[in-house]
Design a protein around this ligand. Structure first.
Ligand code: ADP
Length: 373
């Protein structure tokens, strides 16, 4: 019998599940928010994911339901569970990916290492936190942030005045971590408990947006790799996550590993695995949410580098640039999300691997630059 996985959200993550589903012989049924979304070719419904009735109608008969994003309201998730559907990850886990304050509280209860943090309800409380933490801090809106939107470095409480006015409830404030670099650790976990971890990777952000990923993270053999994996497994088990979990980490100059963020779905930091690992994060996610045996997570090349392609000014076609880049970089793999190009928007990525890290980085950056400009 053919198994069908439902995906709520039609973005690039759902899009990249399509070839993985095809290879596994699994059907994919996407609930997209609009016509012409990146995963539109697998869309079986277009609607509002906040409307339980529409989502329930689409969900009938699905073997597992999973996500392209974490914004599906708890009421809709509960309605799916009550209708007997297998929601993976479940609402009780997704809660912690939806709300950064709840996530900090829960990870604290699990004893996991994090930046110092506090909920703050007023500018005065924020000022006090800033004073106690060296004169600067990072303020975050607990819900709805992505790609650095909803994250602000502030030196005084008044710099967050608009958020205090707009956001119901407290904001999250964190110490400004002086990190040496950012790492990301992905694991996949089946409902029956088995898990598989990819090697920890290094991710470089520009203006709060992931710009490139190196797999495995250079100089992360031994302790750093072990600690990153232990943390991700502890999060997956502690929060009962099913499917792929990505844990964004800071490596500090005094060699501590701190948890920044969680994503309970395939993540930008794992795109390298399509070409670079025995099992891609998209295939592994489908296997995990269907409770099928997980695939190997080793690297195919000593180094794999992924570079995001950000959109330029709207209205410029990418086709001729892609063709030129493909001609010049035959060993680089190009991924286009079929999204309208806007400045700073992720519209694709490139990926390549090899033995010489400098050369691999050079090739990937050069190819990404050719298609982005
Ligand atoms: P998003 O929800 O947009 O992914 P994050 O919480 O991951 O937001 O923050 C985006 C980026 O901001 C991080 O990748 C990191 O570069 C920076 N950042 C976030 N929190 C801190 C912190 N406490 N200290 C220093 N930099 C931070």
């Amino acid at each position: 019998m053919t198994l069908t996985v439902g995906v709520i959200g039609g973005g690039q993550l759902a899009r990249m599940m399509i070839p993985a589903a095809t290879h596994l012989g699994v059907r994919l049924s996407v609930f997209a928010e609009a016509d012409g979304s990146p995963a539109g070719m697998a869309a079986t419904a277009v609607g509002d994911y906040r409307d339980a009735e529409q989502v329930l109608r689409w969900a009938q008969g699905l073997d597992a339901i999973t996500f392209d994003h974490e914004h599906v309201p708890q009421e809709v998730l509960s309605a799916l569970v009550e209708a007997g559907l297998a929601v993976r990850p479940g609402p009780h886990a997704l809660l912690y990916a939806q709300d950064k304050l709840l996530m900090r509280e829960r990870l604290g209860a699990l004893g996991l290492p994090m930046p110092e943090w506090a909920p703050v309800a007023t500018e005065a409380e924020l000022d006090a936190f800033i004073r106690e933490h060296g004169g600067a801090a990072v303020v975050k809106t607990p819900r709805g942030g992505y790609d650095g939107k909803g994250v602000r470095v502030v030196r005084s409480g008044s710099e967050a005045a608009s958020w205090f006015a707009d956001v119901a409830g407290p904001l999250l404030v964190e110490e400004l971590v002086e990190f040496r670099r950012e790492l990301a650790q992905s694991v996949a976990r089946r409902p029956s408990g088995a898990f598989a971890a990819w090697p920890v990777v290094e991710s470089v952000q520009r203006d709060g947006v992931c710009s490139e990923v190196i797999a495995p993270a250079p100089r992360a053999m031994g302790r750093v790799a072990d600690v990153a994996e232990e943390i991700a497994v502890a999060v997956a088990e502690g929060l009962d996550v099913t499917g792929v979990l990505a844990v964004e980490l800071f490596e500090t100059s005094d060699e501590r590993i701190l948890v920044n963020e969680l994503a309970m779905r395939p993540h930008n930091s794992g795109h390298w695995s399509i070409e670079g690992s025995t099992t891609s994060q998209f295939e592994q996610h489908l296997r995990a949410v269907l409770d099928l045996p997980l695939g190997g997570t080793g690297c195919r090349d000593p180094w794999t580098v992924m570079v995001n392609v950000l959109g330029g000014p709207a209205g410029e076609g990418l086709d001729s640039r892609y063709a030129k880049a493909m001609a010049e970089h035959p060993l680089v793999k190009f991924h286009s999300y079929d999204k309208e190009s806007r400045p700073g928007r992720k519209v694709g990525h490139v990926c390549t691997g090899g033995d010489d890290l400098d050369d691999v980085v050079y090739q990937a950056r050069a190819a990404a630059e050719m298609v982005a400009h």
